[in-house]
Ligand binder design. Sequence first.
Ligand code: DC
Length: 229
Amino acid sequence: MKNFAIAIDGPAGSGKSTIAKIIAEKLGIIYVDTGAMYRAVALFCIRNGVDTKDETAVNIILPKIEIRILLENGVQKIFLGDEDVTRKIRTLEVGQGASDVGLILSVREKLVEIQRDLAKDTSVIMDGRDIGTNVLTNAQVKIYLNASVEERAKRRLGELKGNAIDSDIDEVMKQIIIRDKSDMTRELNPLEKAKDALEIDTTNMDIDQVVNEIIKIKEEKLMEAGIWE
Ligand code: DC
């Protein structure tokens, strides 16, 4: 069968990674989490005392950042050099830093190249902010996931707690609102729904419903595109 790509974009906490991971497993394809790459860049900067908002300083340190992606049963693990940072990038501070470095052209160029390369010879489901609009513009399936701010904050808080990170709902909500604004209004590849993307509001849907909906859309789209399984 010909390779295909599913692009999932949407704001923080809309359920992208949870959903994409399950779909990747069900379809036996690779899941690429692009937010993790921006987070890894931010973590490296923070650890080295570089302000993630300081474009000049980030540009200087960027060539030293060695991001490696390893796939374990189709699920992405992310490394800085030899260190597995998959869990260490899941903090609010790193999330905000990722949004900051996502404003910088050199960072976006470096990461988009890695992302396109990962999707080159295989079927993928990739999530982020600019996948349908920039990274994989030819993806056969484009989804824009959304949910209310309250629901997204609740989900993010659950995720943080799952990673043993203490926070509260007001703090998480505040961070989400700041991040949405920065991601949606930035000059370079802002978060927006691609013209040919289908929007799914997941506020009142459970995980299975969203997964099934996307798989249904994928089957229809691949049929339209003449790609058979
Ligand atoms: O999905 P996430 O919360 O892990 O993403 C963290 C930040 O990284 C997000 O707020 C903006 C940035 N990002 C981006 O600019 N482009 C992407 N494709 C993915 C993430």
